[in-house]
Design a protein around this ligand. Structure first.
Ligand code: SF4
Ligand code: SF4
Length: 329
């Protein structure tokens, strides 16, 4: 599994957006979120990258920022204004993927070969608009994430819930982070598992529910279960066991119901180690009883925004930790 500090230019660009958005969201600077982030990201990335045309593209930055704010990147300037105020929580819904039209190359079907995104989709959910850009039909999409992996230009991305989660913290909700197995490995070069748990507290989370990967679940199988790599061609080579989120679904729900029994102000955020598990989590979020899903990149952006480093986590905070570990799952 790649650790989070090994990344390409586009990933760095995306993380910079997450960091800037988290910074402004923590500051409650809502208007600045919509007006300043795209320009500041473009300026900073242009200074640090000499030869990538993306850095001069404000449309790309604005669309990426829209997605990072949990919005559809269509008519983003109006949406920026329309979605200010209390609408953040409703912005994303269950449709987590979107297309960045500024970088969609409108790939054509050539010599009977389908576009990469359409070829990857097994649900016939990839459509084109009148200009040839890809559009995802939310009524058919089952959020498998394969088109996101298949697009060679990074034109399909997932929307974020960073602002919504930070807004809930500002609103005084008790935010419980539910950590899926594998998350701590993404941060292993930076924090121990215990330190990562405390880092959530510094970010404003109320407590952490950590799913224990050591207990063998009766629903688990053998081999990889990454839904992102399931295809007709590869099916025979890949395990048919359920994904981690599916495997832990009953345990997550049990734990949430338990916490809700004594904390009526609780709000739950599933935190996953990869974008595919995030997409799956968003699709299942109602049945999991979670309000939001974040992946490790969004978490990394929040950590950068709050400048959470190992040194910041003091020993006495670790001693006072009362995080819950779901070993019974
Ligand atoms: S989404 Fe990606 S693969 Fe699909 S048409 Fe656009 S650039 Fe091509
Ligand atoms: S996420 Fe999966 S089902 Fe949805 S459009 Fe992409 S490939 Fe198709």
């Amino acid at each position: 599994m790649p650790v989070y500090n090994e990344c390409s230019f586009q990933v760095k660009y995306r993380r910079k957006i997450f960091e800037q958005i988290a910074l402004l969201a923590y500051s409650n600077a809502r208007e600045a979120l919509y007006r300043l982030v795209p320009k500041s990201v473009v300026t900073e990335m242009a200074e640090n990258t000499a030869d990538n045309e993306v850095t001069s593209d404000l449309d790309y930055a604005a669309e990426s920022c829209c997605a990072a704010l949990g919005l559809e990147p269509v008519g983003y300037k109006d949406l920026f204004l329309d979605n200010m105020g209390g609408e953040h929580g409703k912005a994303m819904g269950n449709n987590v993927l979107c297309t960045l039209k500024s970088v969609c190359h409108k790939c054509a079907n050539i010599q009977g070969r389908e576009r990469p995104c359409a070829k990857a989709c097994m649900c016939d959910a990839i459509k084109t608009d009148s200009l040839g850009s890809t559009v995802i039909d939310g009524t058919k999409c089952d959020s498998c994430g394969r088109c996101l992996l298949a697009c060679p230009y990074g034109a399909i991305i997932d929307k974020s819930a960073i602002v919504q989660v930070i807004q809930e913290i500002h609103n005084g909700r008790h935010i419980y982070a539910i950590l899926t197995p594998g998350l701590s490995q993404q941060f292993s070069t930076r924090f121990s598992e215990m330190e990562l748990t405390e880092a959530f507290r510094i970010l404003g989370f109320y407590d952490v529910v950590e799913l224990d990967d050591e207990e063998e679940s009766p629903r688990s199988g053998k081999g990889s279960a990454c839904i992102g790599w399931r295809s007709e061609e590869s099916r025979e080579h890949i395990s048919c066991c359920v994904s981690k989120i599916e495997e832990y679904r009953d345990g997550i729900r049990d734990e949430i119901l338990y916490v809700c029994g004594y904390d009526p102000n609780a709000c739950f955020v599933l935190v996953t180690p990869c974008v595919i598990s995030k997409i799956e989590g968003v699709r299942l979020k109602d049945s999991l009883y979670v309000s939001y899903v974040l992946d490790f990149e969004e978490l990394a952006g929040m950590l950068e925004a709050r400048a959470v480093e190992k040194d910041l986590i003091r020993p006495f905070e670790l001693e006072s930790l009362k995080h819950i570990s779901c070993t019974h799952i």
